[in-house]
Write a protein that binds this ligand. Structure first.
Ligand code: RFL
Ligand code: PHB
Length: 395
């Protein structure tokens, strides 16, 4: 016999989307339980995104989890684009009046987990065979096994915040779901190193050898990426090879500032664009990577997850506390309208800055022309800046 648990919202996944949704619902007085497949320690150790939009910061503030972010986050008022040694600064402040904050997803996750522990709300980690069922009834359930016991979590809403490889999206019948996908012919090899960043701002570099990104986590920690083959293993990239490529792709001036500290983390990321429509099926709602993926070039993935949740949380409050289904009914279409704009921007940044391996000379010339145009045209720089700092949240 499965042990029965009850809550109002069963949240599947304790990434930023699930944790933030749990916190916003708790703040509104709505009981929720998070069911997570991995051990919490693994969730807390993941290194991913680094750039937060202003609106993401505002949502984290409203959730009451931004104190450390304000103390430790690095405010950036621009980025640099480098092409064959030449650099152009994109001045966010002047072009849009906005800025971004560099603060790791790892830290956002820690802050959210700490807030959840303070609130006394559970994260049932190490859950196996997680399966949402009865999603078209008004009492859906999430079935799972944990530490040898079977559970049935009865709820009113299941929130699928379980990332791209999660189970929730697959519970929507194929004929009710439309998916859109693009897989890119390259990946990113990323390292984290205790080294001073080469510059105060992020540098996105295009070169004939491929893309490189110089990012950071703090004034003493660098986060560095190079375009690689999507099938490369991290072992294929010694630290020396990573630093040699970074140096070759950015040119001698910046390369001279590269501190070749040993990497403390190394991983390969696939590059994919993906959208599932709609983001709702009966009593199941999807948020974050469970519904959409972007290649990381535009720094949008985490921000999109937060934007979804900022729309979803009040919609669930209206549904569960005021019996008003309208905001929840509008959730998917409102979220998707913004998601597609971020998909477009991420695809564009990726196409602009990577070297495509198939060797299409016409495409290559257009790409170089577009980079030249970006260097010379303030209008084009403004388009980049406006999208990078983040489009307005839907209301
Ligand atoms: P997550 O973070 O993947 O969390 C999903 C959670 O669900 C759990 N899970 C399950 N739990 C229960 N049952 C199952 N069957 C389950 N299946 C999965 C997982 O263990 C996990 O804990 O999704 P979420 O919350 O939607 O958050 C999305 C973000 O994590 C993601 O979009 C960003 O990391 C993307 N991203 C970036 N986004 C930005 O906004 N700015 C950036 O600068 C940025 N850089 C990046 C990135 C992602 C990267 N990688 C590694 C993919 C850089 C990289 C290298
Ligand atoms: C990062 O610091 O991890 C990072 C920054 C910007 C991106 C992607 C990743 O576009």
């Amino acid at each position: 016999m499965a042990k029965q648990l009850t809550t109002r919202v069963a949240i599947v996944g304790s990434g930023p989307a699930g944790l933030l949704l749990g916190q916003l619902l708790f703040n509104a007085g709505i009981d929720n339980v998070i069911v997570e497949r991995r051990p919490l320690a693994r969730v807390l150790a993941r290194i991913r995104a680094g750039v937060l939009e202003e609106s993401t910061v505002r949502v984290l503030e409203a959730a009451g989890v931004a104190d450390r972010l304000h103390r430790e986050g690095l405010v950036h008022e621009g980025i640099e684009i480098a092409v064959a040694g030449a650099r152009r600064r994109i001045d966010f402040k002047r072009l849009t009046g906005k800025k971004v904050v560099v603060y790791g997803q790892t830290e956002v996750t820690k802050d959210l987990v700490a807030a959840r522990a303070n609130a006394g709300l559970p994260i049932l980690d190490e859950a196996q065979d997680v399966l949402p069922v009865d999603l078209e009834s008004d009492r859906p359930k999430v079935l799972f096994r944990r530490h040898g016991e079977s559970f049935e979590l009865v709820c009113e809403i299941v929130a699928g915040c379980d990332g791209f490889h999660g189970v929730c999206r697959s519970r929507i019948p194929a004929e009710r779901l439309k998916t859109f996908e693009r897989i890119y012919p390259f990946g990113w090899l990323g390292i984290l190193a205790h080294a001073r960043p080469v510059s105060e701002e992020l540098i996105y570099a295009y070169s004939e050898r491929g893309f490189a990104l110089f990012s950071m986590r703090s004034p003493t920690v660098s986060r560095l990426y190079v375009q690689c083959d999507p099938n490369d293993t991290p072992q294929a990239w010694t630290d020396e090879r990573v630093y040699d490529e970074l140096a070759a792709r950015i040119g001698p001036e910046i390369a001279a500032r590269l501190e070749r500290a040993p990497s403390v983390e190394k991983s390969v990321t696939q590059m994919r664009s993906f959208v599932a429509e709609p983001m709702r099926f009966g009593r199941l709602v999807l948020a974050g990577d469970a519904a959409h993926i972007v290649p990381p070039t535009g720094a949008k993935g985490l921000n999109l997850a937060v934007a979804d949740v900022a729309l979803l949380a009040p919609a669930l409050v209206a549904f569960l506390k005021e019996n008003d289904p309208r905001p929840l009914d509008a959730y998917s279409s409102k979220a998707l309208a913004r998601v597609w704009k971020a998909e477009r921007f991420s695809w564009w940044m990726t196409s602009l800055l990577h070297k495509f391996p198939e060797g299409d000379p016409f495409r290559d010339r257009l790409q170089r022309a577009e980079l030249d145009y970006l260097f010379d045209s303030e209008a084009m720089q403004k388009v980049l800046a406006e999208n990078y700092v983040g489009l307005p949240l839907p209301v």
